[in-house]
Design a protein around this ligand. Structure first.
Ligand SMILES: Cc1cc2nc3c(=O)[nH]c(=O)nc-3n(C[C@H](O)[C@H](O)[C@H](O)COP(=O)(O)O)c2cc1C
Length: 226
């Protein structure tokens, strides 16, 4: 069993999975643990859809890819990424993306392969379980606290998953098509889709899963006031 630090340090986003479902009891145990995530006023603002039905997952993926093919860049409830990228974040984004493409030997100008890699998000990287996290629109109407709570919930899912040898990939790509997902799932009108997390068993033979982008040093991210 990994220690807490091991779980935090060993987790990394996996982007190729074996076609092997995570047992329902394991998904339930992961979500039961994630439900212990703290939230402001204990509001627990997450409304969660744990989908393991392959037809439903395919329908969601098809709907998003169709939108993308129509030239739609996003159809979303919330804007996840900065509208205006500034440094050092812009540089970190570029370095992280370039590192992945270099590992996979994908040329900068090879748009087709890049698009295919992005579409892989909506094929769930071959995994069979995806957790979609929504919140009530009222929670994010003029307030952002629920987004903080739901972000913590995301990390709880991914860390708890490790206890069961389950790998994960958080997905902001689905944030960008949240409205498409809401329509496909016929979600209640009050819900806004925030993100998804893919859960499954990594394919260790796939090179893409060895990618572990570096982090900035403490000196570059923390100010100690002793
Ligand atoms: C909110 C959020 C959204 C993300 N969206 C995606 C995504 O749509 N597709 C993807 O492949 N990775 C996605 N990632 C994974 C990040 O690229 C990854 O966490 C980061 O590069 C650090 O790598 P690591 O998770 O392997 O440590 C997302 C991560 C977070 C936290």
């Amino acid at each position: 069993m990994p220690s807490i630090l091991e779980a935090i340090n060993n987790r990394s986003s996996k982007r190729a999975y074996l076609p092997k479902p995570v047992p329902k009891e394991t998904i339930e145990a992961i979500l039961k643990a994630a439900a212990q995530t703290p939230s402001g006023a204990n509001m627990q603002p997450w409304s969660v859809y744990a989908i393991s039905n392959q037809e439903v997952l395919k329908n969601i993926g098809d709907a998003i890819i169709q939108k993308m093919n129509e030239g739609v860049v996003h159809d979303q409830f919330i804007q996840y990424y900065p509208v205006k990228w500034v440094n050092p974040y812009k540089k970190r984004r570029i370095v992280t993306g370039a590192g992945l493409y270099k590992l996979m030997e994908v040329d900068r100008k090879d748009n087709d392969t890049r698009i295919k890699m992005w579409h892989d998000n909506f094929r769930w990287f071959g995994a069979q379980n995806v957790i979609f996290v929504c919140t009530d629109k009222a929670n994010i109407d003029g307030a952002s606290g629920a987004l903080i709570d739901c972000g913590a919930y995301m990390q709880s899912i991914m860390l708890a998953a490790q206890e069961f040898g389950v790998d994960s990939c958080p997905q902001g790509s689905t944030t960008e098509f949240g409205q498409v997902i809401a329509r496909t799932l016929d979600l209640p009108d009050n819900l806004a889709l925030l993100y998804s997390v893919v859960l499954g068993y990594e394919d260790k033979d796939e090179k893409i899963n060895s990618y572990q982008p570096a982090r900035v040093s403490l000196e570059d991210s923390v100010t100690f006031i002793d």
